[in-house]
Design a protein around this ligand. Structure first.
Ligand code: CO
Length: 466
């Protein structure tokens, strides 16, 4: 039996271990080898990469994608998309979603993994439709979480809904690495009995369960797994590619992956990793095994964010209290899966509750929007006291929030004028307005400097001729 391997070093491993700070210069030289490794796909875009390119790396995210595509000619490229949230933290209009998805495929993406933080399929549909229309592979994802309101039956129903939507495959997305081997086995088995599209499993090594979870998922019939090249694996990242390929092949599974190429890829990334360990961009803290996460159900990225947040407030000694408060806030909010943007929302509210010494003394803007129903249907009911405090007698919204968002593209295009050179620029701006504008300024200045340097060379050589 064939098991498809998706390599995550460029996206999720990069995001989970080092806050997505890997610039294109650091991986460009290995892309052609990665293309020859036999991966089913390389996850390289979406998630936090887009934001990080504009905000921290002074990189055009679209340019980055085109560069990867130019070197990875045969292997599928995949990305993660937060449904109606795209790659941002709030809902966008349908016209933005359609254009963004179309441009992602045009610029080189093959597989788009689409999810909604609340598993509300109404927030996935536009992106799924646009992906299919653009000729991409639409992969609908179920955010895995366990709570008194989540069950195998509910997940099976969700899987069927995703298949009926037209998705080409289904992903079980365990962003927190909390899915146990048994839970993975039962869930994959149930899904395989209920849907006919391929099922892939995405997990994290955070709690130490990752590799076991992958193995049991495959035994239950999963068609693919996500792994990270060993030096960028473990901790809050994915389980190691080499080890899983090694183990699976002994069991007689075929992965199609070339072990010698994996070694070459890992050898390439070792010094890169060391460089970021030295500068502390990669904090060794995230590399460890956090069995506590099984109690707190905290995703990898969220744990490192909480640590950073508390350090900034000089309150790292309150970490245990915040970790204990987090599941309580989650329960109050009707047990949303802790994935972006819910993980940030719950994490910040838990931190505020602890640091202010009184629960919900201050309620975050996003939490208020959530309680009003702007993020979608909550998995379970919201705590009535919290709900009343936010709604203050008003009713939560009915229907899909995005239906109330006016088209965004033309207005943004008119506002940007010459600053935007392409449709992609306008989309970058809609996704992250201040970051995109700052990047456009940087790009213009850099070009001016380059022109100036060129002109200098020209005038110098003219003088020489004289
Ligand atoms: Co992940």
């Amino acid at each position: 039996m064939k098991v498809n391997i998706t390599e995550t070093v460029l996206r999720d491993a990069n995001q989970s271990l080092m806050a997505t700070r890997l610039p294109k210069e650091d991986f460009e030289a290995i892309l052609e080898v990665m293309d020859q490794a036999g991966y089913d796909s390389i996850e390289c875009w979406g998630g936090a990469t887009f934001d990080s390119c504009l905000r921290y790396l002074n990189e055009d995210p679209w340019e980055r994608l085109r560069l990867i595509r130019s070197k990875v000619k045969n292997t599928k490229l995949s990305m993660l998309l937060r449904g109606q949230n795209l790659l941002g933290y709030h809902h966008y209009s349908d016209d933005t979603i359609r254009r963004f998805v179309k441009k992602s495929v045009e610029n080189g993406i093959d597989v788009i993994r689409i999810f909604d933080a609340l598993n509300d399929t109404r927030n996935m549909r536009t992106a799924v439709e646009a992906c299919i229309e653009a000729g991409g592979h639409a992969q609908g994802a179920i955010c895995f979480t366990s709570s008194p309101v989540h069950s195998l039956e509910a997940f099976a129903k969700l899987g069927k809904e995703i298949e009926e939507m037209g998705c080409h495959s289904l992903c079980v997305k365990d962003m927190a690495g909390i899915m146990s081997p048994k839970e993975a086995y039962d869930l994959v088995k149930t899904l395989k009995e209920n849907v006919s599209i391929p099922v892939v499993v995405h997990t994290h090594a955070t709690t130490g369960l990752g590799s076991m979870t992958c193995l049991k998922a495959i035994e239950a019939g999963a068609d693919g797994i996500d792994t990270a090249i060993s030096c960028f694996s473990g901790g809050t990242s994915q389980p190691p590619t080499e080890s899983l390929v090694y183990a699976l092949e002994q069991f007689g599974y075929e992965t199609g992956v070339d072990f010698a190429k994996l070694k070459e890829i890992n050898d390439f990334f070792v010094p890169i990793k060391n460089k970021y360990m030295e500068t502390k961009v990669l904090d060794p803290y995230v590399m460890g095994t956090k069995a506590d996460a099984l109690v707190y159900q905290i995703p990898g990225g969220m744990l490192s964010n909480l640590v950073a947040q508390l350090k900034a407030q000089n309150a790292i000694d309150r970490l245990d209290e915040v970790l204990a408060e987090t599941p309580k806030v989650r329960a109050d909010l009707g047990y949303p899966p802790l994935v972006t943007p819910m993980s940030q929302m719950v994490g910040v509210q838990a931190t505020v509750n602890v640091l202010l010494g009184e629960r919900y003394k201050n309620i975050g803007k996003e939490v208020k929007s959530y309680v009003r129903g702007e993020y979608g249907i909550t998995p379970g009911p919201i705590d009535p006291t919290l709900s009343e405090k936010v709604l203050n007698g008003q009713k939560p919204i009915e229907g899909r929030y995005a239906d109330s968002i006016a088209p965004e593209f033309e207005e943004a295009k008119a506002y940007l004028g010459d600053l935007a050179e392409t449709e992609e620029d306008v989309l970058s701006y809609i996704a992250f307005p201040p970051q995109a504008e700052a990047f456009f300024d940087y790009r213009a200045k850099k070009r001016e400097e380059e022109e100036f340097a060129k002109a200098l060379v020209v005038s110098y050589s003219i003088q020489e001729v004289k």
